[in-house]
Design a protein around this ligand. Structure first.
Ligand SMILES: Cc1cc2nc3c(=O)[nH]c(=O)nc-3n(C[C@H](O)[C@H](O)[C@H](O)COP(=O)(O)OP(=O)(O)OC[C@H]3O[C@@H](n4cnc5c(N)ncnc54)[C@H](O)[C@@H]3O)c2cc1C
Length: 376
C-alpha cells in the first residue's frame, strides 16, 4: 500500500522527520538520490547541534542518549586574523553546542528508522499533483510513484520538490569553499591539531578563509574559503590535480597569510571538493501553502553556513511532525499551513543572522564581524 507521506531526501531533515513519524506510527517512505553511505573519509566538516532546536528535535526523537555518546562537547571556535593573531575564542563547554561529524549524525538518524523505509538510488525529477488530488513522484529513471497525500521536500538546496511551491531559486552568494583534510598519519597532523584544539580554527582576512575542524576520528577537515570565484567556475577541470591546485592556492590567494596558517593548506591532502555557497533571497522567502506539498531544511531556506542550517532543519522536522500528529492525516494540508506559519519567521531570523556572518569574509575579518556582534 502506498504510504500517505513521501519524504524526498535522506539528509538530516528528511531522516529526522522519518524518525518522528515512525514514533507517531504514521506511515511514510523516504526516497534518496544517492546510494547508501559507505564508510570512508569525511568530505565535510562537523555540525554543532544547538540546545534550543537541534537537540530539542533529537530529544523528541528519542535520540539524545545515543547522540551524547558520539558528540564532542567543549569544542571552542578560535577566530584569527591573517597574521595568525587570535582575535577571539568563542563557544566551549558553557555554550552547549556539541559537535558531531555529519556522517555520524546521518548514521545515528538512519539507524533510528527501519531500513525498508529508505529507498536509495531514487533521484526524483519532479513532483506532480494528479487529477485525483493526490501527489505523484516522477523519478529520473522513468519510474513514477503515485497516491501520496503529502510530499515533503527534504532534498536540499537544489530541491525539485520546491518547484511546486515557489519559483524562487537560491542565488550564488559569491562565497566558495574548497574542502580537503589532514589525516592522523600526516607528519604535520600534530602541529595542525595543536592549532585547532578541540573544535574549530578559522583564520581569515581579505575575503579569504582557512577553516580547520577536528573530526571524530582525530583527523582534521580543512575548508578553504574564497570570495572571488564565479558561480560557473569549472571546478572539475580546475581540481583535476589537487597538489598543483594547493600550490596555486598558496601562491595566488594566500601569499599574504602567515606561514603557520599557510601550512594548513600546504599539508592538506587528497582530493579537493568544491562547495559553492548559495542562499535563498531573503525578500522572496515566502510562499502560500500548497496542498499536498511542503519543504523542510535547506530545500526551504538554504543560506550560507552560519552554524544554524542543520539546527533549523531539525527544528522544521520537529514542527512539521507535531502538526501532522495534531491534525492527523485527514488534516494534513492544515498541518502544512500551520508548520509553514511557524517556520517562516523562525527561519527568516536565522537567515538574517547568517547575513552578519558575511562579515567573516570582509577585508578586515574577523574584526568587523566581532564589532557587529558586540564582542569588540
Ligand atoms: C560548506 C558548508 C558548511 C556547513 N556547515 C554547517 C555548520 O557548521 N552547521 C550547520 O548547522 N550547518 C552547516 N551547513 C548547512 C547544513 O549542511 C545544512 O543546513 C543541512 O545539511 C541541511 O540538511 P537537509 O537535510 O535539509 O539537506 P541536505 O543535507 O542537503 O540533504 C538533502 C538530501 O536530499 C538528497 N537529494 C537531493 N536531491 C535529490 C533528488 N532530486 N532526489 C532524491 N534525493 C535528493 C541528497 O542526496 C541529500 O541526502 C553547512 C553547509 C555548507 C555548504
Amino acid at each position: 500500500m502506498t504510504p500517505p507521506i513521501a519524504i524526498i531526501g535522506a539528509g538530516p531533515s528528511g531522516l529526522t522527520l522519518g524518525r518522528l513519524l515512525e514514533l507517531a506510527n504514521i506511515s511514510y517512505i523516504i526516497f534518496e538520490r544517492d546510494a547508501p553511505p559507505k564508510a570512508g573519509p569525511e568530505r565535510t566538516g562537523t555540525l554543532d547541534i544547538h540546545a534550543e532546536d537541534g537537540q530539542l528535535a533529537l530529544r523528541e526523537a528519542g535520540l539524545m542518549d545515543e547522540f551524547r555518546k558520539i558528540a564532542r562537547y567543549d569544542t571552542p571556535t578560535i577566530l584569527a586574523d591573517s597574521t595568525g593573531k587570535v582575535a577571539i575564542t568563542v563557544g566551549g563547554e558553557a555554550a552547549d553546542r556539541p559537535e558531531i561529524d555529519r556522517k555520524d549524525l546521518r548514521r545515528l538518524l538512519l539507524d533510528s528508522v527501519p531500513a525498508e523505509r529508505v529507498h536509495w538510488n531514487c533521484k526524483i525529477q519532479e513532483v506532480c499533483k494528479d487529477d485525483d488530488g493526490l501527489m505523484s513522484i516522477h523519478f529520473v529513471d522513468g519510474n513514477v510513484e503515485s497516491g501520496f497525500r503529502l510530499v515533503v521536500g527534504a532534498d536540499g538546496a537544489w530541491s525539485k520538490t520546491r518547484r511546486l511551491i515557489t519559483s524562487v531559486k537560491p542565488v550564488y552568494s559569491g562565497y566558495y569553499y574548497l574542502t580537503m583534510g589532514i589525516k592522523k598519519t600526516n607528519p604535520y597532523h600534530p602541529k595542525a591539531a595543536a592549532l585547532v584544539g578541540n573544535g574549530t580554527y578559522m583564520v581569515m582576512g581579505g575575503g579569504k578563509q582557512i577553516v580547520c575542524q577536528l573530526l571524530g576520528d582525530g583527523s582534521l577537515f580543512t575548508g578553504i574559503g574564497l570570495s572571488t570565484l564565479p558561480a560557473d567556475w569549472d571546478a572539475k577541470a580546475e581540481l583535476t590535480d589537487p597538489s598543483a591546485f594547493r600550490e596555486r592556492l598558496l601562491q595566488d590567494y594566500f601569499a599574504d597569510f602567515a606561514e603557520e596558517q599557510r601550512d594548513l593548506i600546504k599539508h592538506s591532502e587528497g582530493d579537493i571538493y568544491p562547495w559553492p555557497l548559495y542562499d535563498m533571497p531573503l525578500d522572496a522567502f515566502f510562499w502560500k501553502p500548497v496542498p499536498g506539498v511542503t519543504a523542510i531544511g535547506d530545500a526551504a531556506h538554504v543560506s550560507i553556513p552560519s552554524g544554524e542550517g542543520v539546527n533549523i532543519a531539525l527544528h522544521d522536522s520537529l514542527q512539521l511532525s507535531q502538526q501532522i500528529v495534531k491534525y492527523g492525516l485527514g488534516g494534513v494540508d492544515q498541518a502544512v499551513a500551520e508548520y509553514e506559519k511557524l517556520m517562516f519567521p523562525r527561519a527568516l531570523k536565522h537567515m538574517e543572522a547568517a547575513k552578519v556572518g558575511e562579515l567573516l569574509w570582509a577585508k578586515d575579518a574577523p574584526y568587523s564581524f566581532m564589532k557587529a556582534i558586540g564582542v569588540a
